[in-house]
Design a protein around this ligand. Structure first.
Ligand code: FAQ
Length: 312
């Protein structure tokens, strides 16, 4: 029975059909999705912190409004993605527990500090830019709720990418001090952005199953290359220099060749030893505890309305 189910499941995947929450799916597929989608959700939520840090210091009212809207969007993305994960039979509480105890990961990029206003530009341009490359590919992922969440998220991320590029473009056309800040932000965020795509395909534990089940539609290295090819041109356009002496256009492959990522740094950050890992999780734990009364009040209200009280 189970073998038949597996064959039918793989045939559906191979035919490009979506798997929906009530469809039969192998346990390994379910677990793979819970891991990936929840880590994606945690990234959106933890990713609010580095930018939230600059809301009170935005240089103009317009910049402040745009940044607040962006950070709110990230919260919304986290919520869609938690809901998509819950369709796989795990509760929100369990997911939060996994994040707070370090069982679940979130993107390495959010463990770097935001030191200047130019970092808001670099995050929008590079971090959201990398996220879009990955997420555009995930719009075609095989799990229906994940794929549909990606469609909406991608639209919002492209606004985020533009607001970041606008900041960088303004600063790189500004005073020498502003140009220096923009270049410094690019220098610090370039390599961590390339790390967002994960280890090389040959080192990636999950890519083989992810490709077989069409959870991933492109590999880590292919998406990273696409990001580099797009972004180098954007840097040229605003007169910023990518901090990679090995960067070179290859006219034969029509791709950029780029230098090697510092994988020791990547794994240090992933394993909890980055600049901000502890601060990010402590902030999450504190605000989760502070929000306990809100969750209790919301639950009490929904229980009351389900019992017919408050509906009059
Ligand atoms: N950071 O075998 P693989 C955003 C882990 S978007 C930390 O290659 P996989 C928007 C990986 O989990 C950013 N850990 O794994 C925003 C695994 O460990 P595990 C989030 C990483 O899953 C912008 C191990 O290494 N986007 O936040 C990273 O096939 C601005 C082996 O790796 C997504 O999550 C990393 N960078 O490929 C928000 C996209 N890379 O789980 C606010 C969806 C790898 O066995 C402000 N996710 N690891 O313990 C994916 O596409 C994939 O999960 C990858 C990793 C590509 C991240």
């Amino acid at each position: 029975m189970s073998a038949d189910n597996e064959i039918i499941f793989q045939e559906k995947i191979d035919a490009g059909l979506k798997i929906e929450p009530k469809d039969w799916m192998p346990d390994k597929y379910r677990k793979h999705l819970i891991r990936q989608i929840s880590q994606h959700a945690h990234s959106e939520i933890i990713g609010m912190q580095p930018e939230g840090n600059w809301i009170t210091r935005a240089p103009t009212l317009r910049a402040k409004m745009v940044l607040i809207a962006k950070v709110q969007d990230e919260a919304g993305h986290g919520l869609y993605l938690y809901s998509a994960t819950e369709t796989l039979g795990i509760t929100r509480n369990e997911l939060i527990q996994q994040l707070q105890t370090g069982k679940a990961k979130y993107s390495s990029i959010f463990n770097y500090p935001t030191l200047s206003w130019a970092d808001m530009g670099a995050i929008g341009w590079l971090v959201d830019g990398a996220a879009i490359v990955n997420q555009q590919s995930l719009r075609r992922t095989s799990y229906g709720p994940y794929s549909r969440a990606m469609v909406r998220i991608c639209k919002e991320e492209s606004f985020h990418q533009r607001q970041g590029y606008e900041i960088m473009s303004k600063m790189s056309n500004g005073t020498p001090e502003q140009q220096e800040m923009a270049q410094d932000a690019l220098n610090r965020w370039w390599w961590p952005s390339l790390m967002m795509f994960g280890p090389h395909d040959s080192e990636s534990a999950h890519t083989s199953n992810a490709m077989k089940w069409k959870i991933k539609r492109e590999t880590n290295d292919d998406l990273r290359q696409l990001f580099v090819d797009r972004t180098v041109k954007q840097a040229d356009l605003i007169g910023l220099e990518i901090p990679d002496p090995k960067l070179k256009w290859n006219p034969e492959t029509k791709h950029y060749i780029f230098g090697e990522i510092d994988w020791d740094e990547f794994w240090e950050v992933v394993n909890g030893n980055g600049f901000c890992n502890k601060e990010r999780i402590n902030n999450h734990i504190n605000s989760h505890e502070e929000g306990q009364w809100v969750r209790e009040a919301a639950l009490a209200y929904s229980e009351k309305t389900q019992n017919g009280v408050g509906n009059e």
